[in-house]
Design a protein around this ligand. Structure first.
Ligand SMILES: Nc1nc2c(ncn2[C@@H]2O[C@H](COP(=O)(O)OP(=O)(O)OP(=O)(O)O)[C@@H](O)[C@H]2O)c(=O)[nH]1
Ligand SMILES: [Mg+2]
Ligand SMILES: [Zn+2]
Length: 364
């Protein structure tokens, strides 16, 4: 939690906002209860969260349970609103409320829900998750990014500038949830004599420690068929900095989907945070693809030093082998990790990245 102290006025405002929020939530729950007792809701059925908007979620019914389907959305304007991009869904989609007592739901979650009379409905319960990628929000509260995932595809590109430390943070989070990270160097059409040496070296570094590294370009079609076959029949989530081309990849891989794509800022060459919510799409050959909002930084305050170290797979077999049990892997004699570094088993970049993450753990 934040160490920052609020002054009395700020404290008062925070409490006021929280009270207002609580009363809105209970009003909504009352409405839901009224609908329930008036018998306006359909029977309980299973569904999947395919998008999330504040206190509402889009729930897709399991295809076998619904005969009614939406009309084709061909020719409709580009939009992030799933109502306008229905080609991605198999079942019917209802914009549902969640009861306040349900844990945070996230795209990819399987739920039990009841449909309402106006294309709405309520989520009654969340079914067990296989896994979830978690990340603290700006206030340090742990929030799921997506659930029930096979691959976390970490996208990076020649621009915006690729930060290896951010990639390592995603890898640590993925390793700690048991989800396989895959690296994807996108926008290969922008590789040139200036940026290629650094980026290809990065790619090789991850390959050398056993990660899958793919390349892609939506401009000149590089690598798309290899990417497609990786994604087939799996549930994957695209993550990474804003502007690396996650939504552009979804648009290219899934004809008929027309997600909003945003130019990089002219001045900073950074992404403009175009995508604001994680959305799930079905792949034509089976499997799902989740597009997620780009991020600036990835806090790892929710995990401890040991878990960070375990998130660096090249440290395997060396952890616990240091002379001192509480070795900080800095200057101590007999440090197995430093020996690994000197022997070339650990790259200096990854070792440095590890220390940067450890140093950041007590920033909150
Ligand atoms: N040259 C080149 N530009 C690309 C490629 N893919 C995407 N872009 C451009 O990169 C910019 C950002 O693309 P988006 O798809 O919006 O990126 P994003 O990762 O979804 O960004 P957020 O939603 O903000 O996280 C757009 O101007 C795209 O046209 C590519 O393969 N090559
Ligand atoms: Mg996007
Ligand atoms: Zn050590």
């Amino acid at each position: 939690m934040s160490k920052r102290k609020l002054n009395r006025r700020q404290q008062w405002r925070v409490e006021k906002i929280q009270k207002e929020r609580a009363s809105r939530v209970s009003r909504k729950d009352n409405e839901i209860d009224e609908k329930l007792s008036a018998g306006e809701l359909g029977v309980e059925q299973e569904g999947q969260i395919i998008a999330h908007y504040g206190r509402q979620v889009d729930v897709e019914s399991m295809p076998s349970m619904e005969t009614e389907s939406r009309p084709s959305a061909e020719g409709e304007p580009a939009s992030d609103d799933p109502v306008n991009s229905t080609t991605r869904t198999k079942g019917k989609v209802n914009r549902c409320y969640m009861r306040a007592n349900i844990d945070a739901l996230v795209t990819g979650d399987k739920v039990v829900w009841r449909s309402g009379p106006d294309g709405d409905g309520i989520v009654v319960a969340r079914l067990d998750r296989k896994n979830a990628l978690m990340r603290p929000d700006t206030r340090g509260q742990l929030k799921p990014v997506a659930a029930n995932i096979d691959y976390i595809v970490i996208v990076f590109a020649p621009e915006p500038y690729a930060h290896a430390n951010l990639i390592d943070r995603y890898i640590v989070a993925a390793e700690n949830t048991g989800i396989e990270p895959v690296l994807l160097l996108n926008k290969t059409d922008l590789l040139n004599a200036d940026n290629a040496p650094r980026l290809l070296e990065m790619a090789e570094r991850y390959q050398a420690i056993g990660y899958k590294v793919l390349t892609a370009s939506t401009v000149d079609d590089d690598g798309l068929s290899v990417l497609q076959s990786l994604l087939d029949n799996r549930v994957s989530v695209f993550v990474g900095q804003s502007g690396v081309g996650k939504s552009s990849l979804v648009n290219t891989l899934l004809p008929g989907i027309n997600l909003r794509v945003g130019e990089l800022s002219e001045q900073t060459r950074k992404g403009m945070h175009t995508t604001t919510t994680a959305m799930l799409f079905h792949l034509p050959n089976g499997g799902d693809l989740i597009d997620s909002p780009g991020i600036r930084e990835f806090g790892l305050w929710h995990i401890d030093e040991r878990q960070v170290a375990e998130g660096f797979r090249e440290f395997d077999g060396l952890l616990g082998a240091c002379k001192f049990r509480d070795c900080s892997h800095r200057q101590e004699p007999g440090c197995a990790l430093r020996e690994g570094l000197e022997a070339g088993k650990i790259s200096p970049e990854r070792f440095d990245s590890y220390h940067r993450i450890i140093a950041s753990l007590d920033e909150f």
